[in-house]
Design a binder for this molecule. Sequence first.
Ligand SMILES: Cc1cc2nc3c(=O)[nH]c(=O)nc-3n(C[C@H](O)[C@H](O)[C@H](O)COP(=O)(O)O)c2cc1C
Length: 336
Amino acid sequence: MARAVVVYESMFGNTQEVARAVAEGLAAHLPVETVEVSDAPVTVADDQVLVVGGPTHAFSMSRARTRQDAAAQATASVVSRGTGVREYLDRLEVAPGQPWAASFDTKVERPRLPGSAARAIEQRLRRKGCRIAHPAQTFRVRGTTGPLSAGELGRARGFGERIGERVTGGTQPDQTKPDQTKPDQTEPGGSGHRTTRHTLLALLAALMAVGGVGGAVGLFVGAPDFFGPDTAEIYSRLPFESPQFAGAALLVAVVLPMAVTAVLAWRGSRHAAAAGAAAGTVLVGWIIVQLAFIGAVFWLQPACAAVGLVVNYLAITLNRSVEPARPLRRSVASRR
Ligand SMILES: Cc1cc2nc3c(=O)[nH]c(=O)nc-3n(C[C@H](O)[C@H](O)[C@H](O)COP(=O)(O)O)c2cc1C
């Protein structure tokens, strides 16, 4: 029968508590055991679900040196006295049938530091051939030694439940109901899980929106050298011979969609993909319309078209870290 194993590393006990809560959530859907990383089996069968978690140390998974640093800060003996998840993942052997997997980590609440052991674990699991059942999750601690921030155990149980639902053919994360486990929900302005791709999309779209505002202002004031020496001639080729009309169109067609995309992507919203795809497409269309009206005039035109294509690409690949659902029951049955 399919079963799940939650493998954790923990120095002060916080990640251990999270691991147990994740297992409680998973247990609503399939048999589960929770194992400290030094005792964890290093093979994963293809009907097994593997969840791996550890504390974030120096922006990623722990190393022998960071574990020594942690042990030096501990007032009691540390939980993980052997190796960590980094070494466990080095040795992990994954069956060829792409077993489901997920990852989590713990990080300090303040200051908000970049980097995440969970994301590094997820990357390793994927490279080893696992299918990711749920995006990597971060749970917060109030200080280096803990305790866990308020509500984190509830979120951890929810995380486990959602993995269980996913692998047994239930609902899909991020797509059906609001995900109470998302790490950025308590952050100002955060409403979802912001990946590196979301950040890139947000920055590029924001850059384009700011550039567009600059262009619109130049057109509104009818700057006499806006397009260089041929400006008067180019203005005469604009609809209604009006740079103000072109400026308004620029605001509506480029600035607004790009600004909306930047905000949604920064918030990790699931609507960022649609907004980005639309904004990128409209920008490319805008350049084509420009070429039709005023011809090829300056290097910014191909540059903007390229930005439009990149925005489009980032948007349509935004959610690719979440694998398509493949119910575990079916995969087990199909092997019989
Ligand atoms: C050596 C060391 C490095 C750390 N680096 C980070 C870090 O880069 N980012 C972060 O948010 N927390 C960092 N922390 C805090 C740990 O994430 C925190 O101690 C851990 O979540 C507690 O979990 P545990 O009780 O399971 O060990 C660090 C802690 C130690 C001891």
